[in-house]
Design a protein around this ligand. Structure first.
Ligand SMILES: Cc1ncc(COP(=O)(O)O)c(C=O)c1O
Length: 443
């Protein structure tokens, strides 16, 4: 009954009722301008009146396998019919199978998993595990980072989304990233590692439980660490007995062409967090994975953590089916192949459009930084701000049926991993035309 009502609503009705009775995130409600969405398939979604959008951000960098895959739909249906829920003290087949499957694909000896409802809770539990396992309290995190919006994860987060929640959980120390924004650019690996080690010495290495970092930073700029950085972080963590936590919530599950982005640097973290692409968002699920040594700590010590929906059978079934799709359709290979095409398309934009100040990608994880001055590299919108040009750019994409994430002076190119070359080129054709708007603002 409820779905019939939803299916018969117009876009205007969806928007009006959603705005009247539900709260939209990260925004003043009067500024909200949602796209009404009725259905989705592959790399596309449609409004109720049939306008088609290319989903060039996989919604929130999460529908990695693409929309409406029948294999996942059927797996979810079967699981709901058989066993929709069992409490977390029970053992179930989807839980058992998913733990074993993740142990197979996770880096190194990461082979024990705790399941959550999403990425923020995965990070909450990662720091809980790290504190319990080390007996230390402080957590290092980076400024250009997002780790989720729950109380603890919000404090791990380095970007401006943290500010309104302060003061929060104590004990988080933020360190600078190798990247300092488009105007200042990148530190070398050595400079960046030296800053981290200096901070650790000043804080007292013996007081720090863990260093959490996104393997490839997501919303703060698709920041791909310079060569040697991740290996260096691993060495510093080992030197001071600090656990290394890689947040792979956005970068994991094929987005960069590997199961996990950290694999690009051959590093095994102590803990790894994931969500989004784990189920490709068909059902919500997150997880924190840990090395055997950390899991062993909890053989005779209590793990003080729990969630009603921990190891939810339907979510675990969705994850298993989604992982099977990555494998059957060779989506990691496709992300690498289409990623190479995307790198060329991004370089071509940078060559032809004066407003493109920087463009980078790894696999199908891409971002463009727009500038209004090519020499000084002045961003097209200020840090944590907006501009008329960026708004006009976003409006054009929307009119032309391309959805992506436009943030500050940047926009993202993160399509589902099943995208084909003609589809990729079609999307870049729209972006190409949109950039004429920002080009006009360049001095
Ligand atoms: C790197 C990273 N970590 C954690 C999170 C939080 O995940 P969730 O929104 O599922 O709580 C996100 C969400 O975008 C993320 O990108």
């Amino acid at each position: 009954m409820a779905t019939e009502v939803l299916a018969t609503m117009s876009g205007e009705e969806m928007i009006a009722l959603s705005k009247k009775h539900t709260l939209f995130e990260w925004t003043a409600q009067s500024k909200v301008d949602p796209i009404p969405v009725a259905r989705a398939k592959g790399i596309y979604f449609w409004t109720p009146d049939g306008k088609r959008f290319i989903d060039f951000n996989s919604q929130l960098m999460c529908v990695n396998i693409g929309h409406g895959d029948e294999r996942v739909v059927r797996a979810v249906q079967r699981q709901v019919e058989t066993l929709a829920y069992a409490n977390p003290f029970m053992a179930t087949e989807p839980r058992a199978r998913l733990g074993a499957k993740l142990a197979e694909i996770a880096p190194g000896d990461i082979e024990v998993f705790f399941f959550t409802n999403g990425g923020a809770e995965a990070n909450e539990n990662a720091i809980k595990l790290a504190r319990l396992a080390t007996g230390r309290h402080k957590i290092l995190a980076r400024y250009r980072s997002y780790h989720g919006a729950t109380a603890g994860s919000m404090m791990l987060t380095g970007d401006p989304r943290r500010w309104a929640a302060e003061p929060g959980m104590p004990g988080v120390v933020h360190v600078l990233d190798p990247y300092h924004g488009i105007e200042r650019g990148w530190d070398t690996t050595e400079q960046s590692l030296a800053l981290i080690e200096e901070t650790i010495q000043l804080e007292g290495g013996h007081t720090i439980a863990a260093f959490i970092l996104e393997s490839v930073t997501g919303t703060n700029g698709v920041l791909i660490p310079p060569d040697g950085y991740m290996q260096g972080v691993r060495k510093i963590c080992d030197k001071y007995g600090i656990l290394m936590i890689c947040d792979e919530v956005m970068a994991g599950f094929g987005r960069t062409g590997e199961w996990f982005a950290i694999n690009h640097w051959g590093v095994v973290p102590d803990l790894i967090t994931m969500a989004k692409g784990l189920t490709s968002a068909y059902v919500q699920l997150g997880a924190v994975g840990m090395r055997r040594t950390i899991a062993d700590h909890f053989q005779d010590k209590v793990f003080y953590g729990g969630l009603t929906y921990n190891s939810h059978p339907v979510a675990c079934a969705a994850a298993l089916a989604s992982i099977q799709v990555y494998e059957e359709d060779r989506l990691l290979e496709n992300a690498r192949r289409m990623g190479a095409v995307m790198t060329e398309l991004l370089a071509d934009l940078a060559k032809r459009h004066p407003s493109v100040g920087a463009a980078r990608s790894l696999g199908l994880f891409g971002l463009v930084e727009l500038v209004r001055d090519r020499a000084k590299k002045t961003p097209m919108a200020p840090f944590n701000g907006a501009s008329d040009e960026m708004q006009a750019f976003a409006k054009f994409l929307r009119q032309e049926g391309l959805y992506t994430f436009v943030r500050w002076h940047t926009f993202f190119t993160n399509p589902p991993l099943c995208i084909t070359e003609p589809e990729l080129r079609e999307a870049f054709g729209i972006i190409d035309r949109a950039l004429e708007i920002t080009d006009r603002a360049v001095r």
